[in-house]
Ligand binder design. Structure first.
Ligand code: ADP
Ligand code: MG
Length: 355
């Protein structure tokens, strides 16, 4: 990474016995779309609040480029913010809401008027300038909040679950828009969500938090394809887990023994002595007529989802496995009770290390 725009060093925040932040180190690149992803209570809001200046870490430091800002109040950091509870001012029009950060900064009236128009256009809300917030839908209010956060051209925009109150379809539309806005403006985004699809679809890099610690970070594809722990494999997408013992290793391939099954797994850099489990994504399993693949199984349940169907199959020793199959022009038509066979490629499994 070139010189990061923001760096968090060894940040600790305790609330009684709870480690909301447990020695967090994080560098954010200039212009990056970085997402903090984790379950509820994992420390996402705490980390973002420390970056914003709403809370001060008990230990550690935060730098904005060369400047230490650990103790600086929020207004001296000059970050744009779209927070869950950081709603629009209810007694101001849309125009005045967006103008507010500029008025506080005592910008000239003509500049404010021009910038407000520009920002409302960015989020396609020009025609709503004279409305009051309560006359807007939830999605429109979030667009205005975004325009307000961008009005003073911050270097960094902090967003805490800005889409979580919206319905699924609208959320998906706004994900596209947010990503497009990011690419267009080149502003650094630090985005908090507990929604894995949101994280996967928008981010340049995802940082996965658990109990105040960074579990793993990387580009969406990297994390999805190469989770290091069962927690990450399970939190980001769906996974089957198979307990294995590695009986031998040759040329980067593990020979694995599982209950009632033997198969090969690409080592992908893992060391045999640390691996006792592999993760297998449901879409990487193949479902076929009996005898065609290497493991016999029986269909237990089928859930039709339109573009795909999810099939639970049972294997005598391995137990239940989830298979995700396309529904269009596929050979097999799974239904409960059907005997089938299942298989996968050597590079489909990911060796996991213990959490
Ligand atoms: P997230 O945003 O990932 O859901 P938070 O950062 O809000 O998680 O919280 C992390 C942990 O710190 C949780 O266990 C939460 O209960 C605790 N916590 C957060 N803020 C406070 C506070 N003001 N007082 C006490 N505990 C807090
Ligand atoms: Mg939160």
């Amino acid at each position: 990474m070139t010189t990061p725009i923001l760096s968090v060093r060894n940040a600790v925040k305790r609330y009684g016995q709870v480690h909301a932040l447990d020695h967090v180190d994080l560098d954010v690149a200039d212009g990056e779309f970085l997402t903090l992803l984790g379950p509820s209570g994992s420390g996402k809001t705490t980390l973002l609040s420390a970056i914003a200046g709403f809370i001060r870490p008990d230990e550690g430091s935060i730098h904005l480029r060369d400047r230490e800002i650990t103790a600086a109040p929020p207004e001296q950091r000059d970050f744009g913010m779209v927070f869950q509870g950081y709603a629009l001012f209810p007694t101001m029009t849309v125009r005045d809401n967006v103008a507010f950060p500029l008025k506080v900064r005592r910008r000239p009236a003509a500049e404010i008027a021009a910038r407000v128009t520009e920002c409302l256009a960015l989020v396609q809300m020009e025609q709503y300038a004279d409305r009051m917030p309560q006359q807007l839908s939830g999605g429109q209010q979030q667009r205005v909040a975004l325009a307000r956060a961008l009005s003073f051209k911050p270097q960094v925009l902090l967003l805490d679950e800005p889409l979580s109150a919206l319905d699924k379809k609208l959320r998906a539309d706004l994900q596209w828009e947010l990503k497009a806005l990011h690419d267009q403006l080149g502003v650094t985004f630090i985005y908090v969500t507990h929604d894995q699809d949101e994280a996967l679809s928008m981010s340049d890099r995802i940082v996965i938090l658990r109990d105040g610690k960074i579990q793993q970070q990387g580009a969406p594809g990297e994390l999805y394809n190469r989770p290091r722990t069962a927690f990450v494999a399970d939190f980001l997408g769906k996974s089957n887990f198979i307990d294995v013992s590695v009986s031998s290793e040759a040329d980067g391939v593990f020979h694995c023994q599982a209950k009632g099954a033997q198969f090969e797994v690409d080592a992908k850099g893992a060391s045999a002595s640390q691996v006792s489990r592999v993760a297998l994504r449901p879409e990487r399993l193949r479902l076929a007529e009996p005898g065609q693949e290497f493991l016999p199984a029986t269909v237990k349940q089928v859930s039709y989802l339109g573009e795909r169907c999810q099939v639970i199959v049972t294997h005598d020793q391995l137990g239940e496995l989830l298979v995700s199959c396309p529904t269009w022009k596929t050979g097999i038509n799974p239904r409960a009770g059907l005997p089938v066979s299942i298989g996968w490629d050597r590079d489909a499994c990911v060796p996991l290390t213990n959490d």
